[in-house]
Ligand binder design. Structure first.
Ligand code: ITT
Length: 203
């Protein structure tokens, strides 16, 4: 079983990766490790920056051997907001403490009757550890199309899940069971591509 350092402080992502990739053993990013910079303009830049930053830090400070480092940069892209908050999703409305408040702020930016179409995008970067896996860093991606609900609905998931309705459904990711989210989400699709690249096969 490959042992992979997950370069993320987001507990929702850690839970989803453990469920989506049960054939990988994840080492969580330590609480006392530094914040990983993400200064790029695109999901792919930030995912690579986090994976390579975490790999360099782990080579000096890591407490156990790992086969590689996985980083995720993701976000919600709303068409009526020219693709925003997009790559800035984690930094949207920093004055508001909860995602319920952030979601309401997002709604307030959409004029009455606006196009509510949106998509979740996820780019994963994988950086192999030299001597343990061959090759250099690479990225894979996934997306799910949908639209924004009129209000904040459901307790499941994390982040923007309670306002996103995936195409073909009437409930938000906050209301739908996580098993169903895992069949069609942006992160599930990116994980399927990652499994192929790592040749660990699809379940
Ligand atoms: P790390 O960089 O430490 O991984 P982060 O939360 O800062 O954690 P991102 O920079 O990738 O991660 O920001 C992505 C934001 O987009 C995240 O904070 C969520 O608010 C949102 N997001 C991403 N995937 C999501 C999902 O599956 N469901 C709901 N919201 C999601």
């Amino acid at each position: 079983m490959l042992k992979v350092l997950l370069a993320s402080r987001n507990a929702g992502k850690l839970r989803e990766f453990s469920e989506l990739l049960p054939d990988l053993q994840f080492v969580p990013w330590p609480a006392d490790a530094p914040e990983l910079p993400e200064t790029g303009a695109f999901f792919q830049d930030n995912a690579l920056q986090k994976a390579e930053g975490a790999r360099a830090w782990w080579l000096e400070h890591g407490t156990e051997a790992v086969d590689g480092v996985l980083a995720d940069d993701s976000g919600l892209c709303v068409d009526a907001l020219w693709g925003g908050p997009g790559v800035l999703s984690a930094r949207f409305a920093p004055d508001l403490p909860t995602y319920r408040d952030k979601n309401l702020r997002l709604h307030s930016l959409l004029p009455e009757g606006a196009n509510r179409s949106a998509r979740f995008v996820c780019v994963l970067a994988f950086a192999p550890m030299a001597g343990r896996l061959p090759g250099g860093p690479f990225t894979v991606s996934g997306a799910v199309e949908g639209h924004l609900a009129m209000d904040h609905r459901g307790q499941g998931g994390f982040g923007y899940d309670p306002i996103f309705i995936p195409g073909g459904h009437h409930q938000t990711f906050g209301e739908l069971p996580s098993d169903l989210k895992h069949t069609l989400s942006h992160r599930a699709r990116a994980c399927a591509a990652l499994r192929e690249r790592l040749a660990i096969g699809l379940r």
